[in-house]
Design a protein around this ligand. Sequence first.
Ligand code: SAM
Length: 221
Amino acid sequence: MTTERTLTVDEARRFYDRMGARQDWNRFYEDPAVEVVLRHGDFEHAHSVVEFGCGTGRLAERLLDSHLPPDARYLGLDVSTTMVSLASERLKRFGERSEVRQTKGAPRIEAPDQSFDRFVSTYVFDLLSRTDIGAVVAEAYRVLTPGGRLCAVSLTHGRTWFGRSVSKTWQSIWSLSPATLGGCRPIELPGFIDTARFEISHLEVVSSYGLSSEAIVASKR
Ligand SMILES: C[S@@+](CC[C@H](N)C(=O)[O-])C[C@H]1O[C@@H](n2cnc3c(N)ncnc32)[C@H](O)[C@@H]1O
């Protein structure tokens, strides 16, 4: 396997501190895949959600406004100071239902075992090293209650001729300069999900403007 040069935590923090609200411009290709986890994550029956890499808090706002029951609580984690302040501002109208915390970027969730019933992460696994992806999935397993759901979206390799060409071009640019693309490259998420620990209930590749994303919902056994 070739060595991958993913962004360091400091590089990721600097990039997303600069990126700020422009992250939401990516909604044109991100939203269709995020819709899939919203449809299949059964958020209407969730009580406690943690999001790893919450960005500007856009997904959290949608969850709190339209999907989660009124007594459900949300915790957003992000390494970027800018993202944490944008998300905190956006979510402040939800009062005690939501909390946003800045982390040091470690693949660790500062929370007791089995303290959430949904673990959400969209377009973050694809910028982490393979070791850190595995570590975050292991943390998801630890903090989820039995039956709790891991709901994740990441860039993936295209499945059609056009999609494959786009992801090959993306991968080439990323190999030269990961920061140009915010550190994100196509990955295959199911390869990181241990099926002895999780049961994958939904897996879908969604293509938008030639970019392919993989949406996965998996329940903790
Ligand atoms: C591509 S953005 C996606 C943001 C949001 N989830 C979305 O879908 O719009 C990646 C986010 O992950 C955050 N991030 C990157 N590395 C991280 C780490 N090691 N721990 C926590 N957050 C991280 C970035 O600051 C950024 O907000």
